[in-house]
Design a protein around this ligand. Structure first.
Ligand code: SF4
Ligand code: SF4
Length: 80
């Protein structure tokens, strides 16, 4: 698995259910204190270096609003 490059949050799709934050085993994301345009509190990155790229957040999001972008390089195998 390559390095996690970015955690994308689609604030239009996000309904602020907080499932993603609840399922993240690493505390890599948190609920933002700022309301989105939709009027909910979306997740935001808390510490990208904690993210292992497990994609549990992405898999559990009911609205496909969070996505993990993993780099293609395979230089670091200690992820996880
Ligand atoms: S699980 Fe999806 S809809 Fe729910 S807060 Fe996270 S990104 Fe938003
Ligand atoms: S990919 Fe895994 S470690 Fe990274 S934010 Fe999502 S649930 Fe947390």
């Amino acid at each position: 698995m390559g390095r996690v490059k970015k955690i994308h949050v689609n604030e239009v799709n996000c309904k602020g259910c907080e499932i993603c934050v609840a399922v993240c085993p690493r505390g890599a994301i948190e609920i933002s204190p700022d309301l989105s345009k939709r009027g909910v509190y979306p997740p935001r990155v808390r510490d990208l270096s904690r993210c292992t790229g497990c994609k549990l957040c992405e898999l559990h999001c009911p609205d496909f609003a969070i996505a993990i972008e993993v780099g293609s390089e395979n230089v670091d195998s200690k992820a996880g």
